[in-house]
Design a protein around this ligand. Structure first.
Ligand code: SF4
Length: 362
């Protein structure tokens, strides 16, 4: 039986149940989910499915990530709510490709782990499965592992196996709507030009879940714990001298400006920290920054394109202002070029409550 797999949270429990119900059957997992966006999230979900199938001793095949085709298939349905028409097309596409794969492999039946997800309409899935059974002759196995306490059992398995729990269905459209309803920043879509890994980003999770695979291979006990923290994303930052001259400058993580703009000039200097006359903004030179961070950036541009981690930036902030909850803008730039000038600062940044995972070696 070919089993289309959407994520490890659904597949681990589903495959365990299938094995109980079909003890003579040989199962092959098929991860075909070009709906998942961004690609880093796709890789993360695949990584966890790979681990889960390995644990269960089930062969896994990765389908093509044909995102452009998927986008084309749902064109015009972008604003549909979850469980609406876009989801029908999304299931159809994944079903069709899975059924074709089953045919290609000479399988007699196929099913999907989507059937166990509490967020999906079983009716919709069954209708799509039966339609393809008619078209292809391959039996669609519509099991119900949700009722009779199934959802609670699934949740227990998820915790026991420490599976990666994503918090959105998969596509960019569902994600956009969900974040709008939650009034939450869509930080999954941030990808800084410098390529650095932001706190609680998909890239950070990908590194964490890759590391845990390595620990498991070496039989090193670990635990993944979650904790709440204040997260930060910088959307836009620019320093101008007068109206037109842009000065290369880097705003440290957790720099915020409630009105997003400030105009003024440097008023005084204490211990190499230059204080602006508005909004508690401070400047420091690249030399001072290098000395504090233990770095050797040759220019501010170099710093912009390859900044140190958030935690190092926070350590520098703490040294400079001696206050762990400080959110004042701290800007690294060439002080000599701005010391007597009228300056325009534009900074759009968000701080928000967030949750992140931590890997603890026991
Ligand atoms: S919300 Fe989920 S099921 Fe619906 S279209 Fe997006 S990825 Fe597919």
């Amino acid at each position: 039986m070919l089993v289309h797999i959407c994520c490890s949270v659904d597949s681990h429990f589903f495959l365990e149940k299938l094995r109980e119900d079909f003890p003579q059957e040989k199962f092959t997992g098929f991860f075909y989910d070009p709906n998942i966006h961004p690609y880093s999230e796709y890789r993360l979900r695949y990584l966890d499915v790979e681990r889960s199938c390995k644990k269960l001793g089930i062969e896994l095949i990765e389908g093509e990530y044909d995102y452009e085709n998927w986008i084309e298939a749902v064109r015009g349905l972008e604003k549909e709510p979850e469980k609406g028409k876009r989801c029908e097309v999304c299931f159809d596409k994944r079903f069709l490709v899975s059924a074709k794969k089953a045919q290609e492999l000479g399988e007699k039946s196929f099913t999907t782990t989507l059937l166990v997800s509490p967020l999906k309409s079983q009716q919709q899935l069954k209708a799509a499965g039966e339609e393809f059974e008619k078209q292809t002759g391959i039996k669609f196995v519509a099991v119900d592992y949700r009722s009779g306490g199934g959802t609670q059992d699934q949740s227990r398995v998820t915790k026991e196996q420490q599976l990666y729990r994503q918090d959105y269905c998969g596509c960019i459209f569902g994600l956009t709507m969900q974040r709008e309803q939650q009034n939450k920043l869509m930080d999954e879509m941030f990808s800084p030009i410098c390529g650095s890994t932001l706190p609680a980003s998909i890239e950070e999770r990908l590194a964490l879940y890759t590391k845990r695979m390595e620990l498991e291979e070496k039989n090193i006990p670990y635990k993944i714990v979650r904790h709440k923290f204040l997260n930060y994303r910088q959307l836009f930052f620019r320093l101008r001298k007068g109206k037109n001259e842009i000065i290369p400058a880097f705003a440290l993580a957790y720099s915020t400006l409630p009105r997003k703009k400030a105009q003024g000039r440097i008023e005084y200097e204490i211990d190499g920290l230059y204080h602006f006359n508005r909004e508690e903004i401070r400047f420091l030179s690249l030399e001072r920054f290098n000395a504090l961070a233990g770095t050797s950036y040759a220019s501010v541009l170099e710093l912009i394109y390859d900044p140190p981690s958030f935690s190092i930036q926070q350590q520098i902030r703490n040294i400079l202002v001696d206050e762990i909850y400080d959110l004042s803008p701290i800007i690294v730039t060439d002080i000599s070029s701005i010391s007597d000038a009228k300056l325009n600062i534009e900074l759009d940044a968000k701080t928000y409550e967030d949750t992140k995972e931590k890997l603890i070696i026991l």
